[in-house]
Design a protein around this ligand. Structure first.
Ligand code: PNS
Length: 160
């Protein structure tokens, strides 16, 4: 099949250890992995795309075959642009399944690109950026849930 590139798209607002587990797994499975912080038209983000990209970049420096981007169009357009044969999405459990399945099938219909689901590590399945933002905003400790650069950025964001 030659060299296989996987695209791992997400909001990553911000990236957390569950995301990094999926990115590391993808890095081991595929020749090249492109991680993209993508604008979700339905969400009002905490961090701008460039900041989300920078936090991912600082967290995947140890993975030689991983590139990081940000993008504000359709995931299928980005897949074509970076030459990805497959989209990879992490699944925490059944509550993620319905929405991810629909997106996978819509993306296959509109962009002729298939999606592979990777189960996240069970020990990390409770992590969600939405609650990490909420806890950090309220002054709770998210140090065990995110890479150090994200903990630092959240603290700067909510204590100054
Ligand atoms: O990490 P998330 O929030 O589950 O990621 C959602 C994301 C960014 C992958 C989704 O919102 C998305 O695909 N946005 C780009 C617009 C697009 O391609 N829409 C068609 C989806 S079928």
């Amino acid at each position: 099949m030659g060299m296989v590139t996987a695209l791992v798209p997400g909001s990553f607002d911000p990236v957390h250890l569950g995301h990094l587990d999926v990115i590391e797994a993808a890095s081991g499975l595929f020749d090249r992995v492109v991680v993209a912080a993508v604008q979700n038209p339905g969400k009002d983000p905490l961090f701008v795309l460039a900041d989300r990209q920078a936090m991912i970049e600082e967290s995947v420096g140890h993975l030689g075959n991983v590139e990081v981007r940000s993008f504000s169009g359709l995931v299928v357009q980005l897949a074509a642009e970076v030459g990805a044969q497959v989209i990879v999405k992490g699944l925490r459990g059944v509550t993620d399944f319905d929405g991810e399945m629909q997106m996978a099938q819509m993306n296959a219909a509109v962009g002729d690109v298939r999606t592979l689901f990777l189960p996240t590590a069970p020990a990390l399945a409770h992590l969600a950026s939405r609650y990490i933002r909420e806890i950090a905003r309220g002054g709770g400790n998210v140090g065990d849930m995110v890479p150090p650069v994200v903990a630092k950025r959240l603290e700067e964001r909510f204590t100054t």
